[in-house]
Write a protein that binds this ligand. Sequence first.
Ligand SMILES: OC[C@H]1O[C@H](O[C@H]2O[C@H](CO)[C@@H](O)[C@H](O)[C@H]2O)[C@H](O)[C@@H](O)[C@@H]1O
Length: 329
Amino acid sequence: APQGGNPSSVSSSSSDASLTSVPAPTVTVSTVVASPTVSSDATLPSQIPDPPAQSWCTSQIFCAGPTVNVAGLYADPKTFVDKPTSASAQSVLANFKNLTNSSSSLTESQLVNFVDSKFGGEGTELEGLPIPDFNPSPSFLQNVTDPLVRAWSGVVHGYWTQLIRGTNQSALCSEGDAGPKCESTLIPLNHTFVVPGGRFREQYYWDSYWIVQGLIKSELFDLVNATLQNFMDELETIGFIPNGGRIYYLNRSQPPLFINMLADYVSATNDTAILDRALPLAERELTWWQDNRTVNVTSPFTNQTYAVARYAAANTAPRPESYLTVCLR
Ligand SMILES: OC[C@H]1O[C@H](O[C@H]2O[C@H](CO)[C@@H](O)[C@H](O)[C@H]2O)[C@H](O)[C@@H](O)[C@@H]1O
């Protein structure tokens, strides 16, 4: 949903013939324009120390280094960190340095101009995708007896068409022959995925567990498979499944529900072939939790020692996507 300011949209819609019985989806990917709460000639607070560098996110634009987010340009600090640069990181950083060197007191409007000229729309590395063979009337709907609830369930079922994303390969920041073209916080995924929506533009770990429950009811099994393939890719390349599909989530996890999603998918489809790849990776995830998130706790009452898994993050800086929210507390 738009989050303040006049929405500027990048839309994609489907004309897939199999969707003729439901309205073709129009997916708004990019939404927000700057809406600072102070006047445009207000100067930025000086002497704000840079967030300390974090080994799990070395981006000097989005995680460490001087941050644009001190200016509060957007109602939601996640907006800025979801904007890919439109030039190489090196040139964006040099430009920012010039700007701060040339003026002892940078103003809000100078910063708005800088961001508008050096960054693209948030989420533009993603694209809305149609659902091939979307069935507007899956069998679970026939079992809903109350006509009002059935109609409402049909509307909710239709929301899937708004939430399907892929990595927009043509907008992806990657190092080509001529060097890096841009920098982005997106963790690119090879397969289609389902997003929670609104400011949550990427795949999330435990949201996907609930999403999978719904996709199975909606008979969208290929999307469940794609969700699992993305998580398996992450287990292979990252070693665990991060909180969400952005680099600023790389030190956080969510409840490890991959194995539950896998079990639900296999029960619903009998696609046991997936297990060849999935089971060793499920083991790898368990080992990661044992090695990285498990502590021994001894009961003062029984003197028994238990291995307890818990959430933890090695972090000494504000969360990039919640920068001012944390700093103003
Ligand atoms: O629906 C996605 C997730 O939304 C919330 O958490 C996310 O936003 C928080 C603030 O930016 C951030 O700290 C957290 O790491 C993100 O996952 C919600 O709390 C989650 O339960 C949910 O998965």
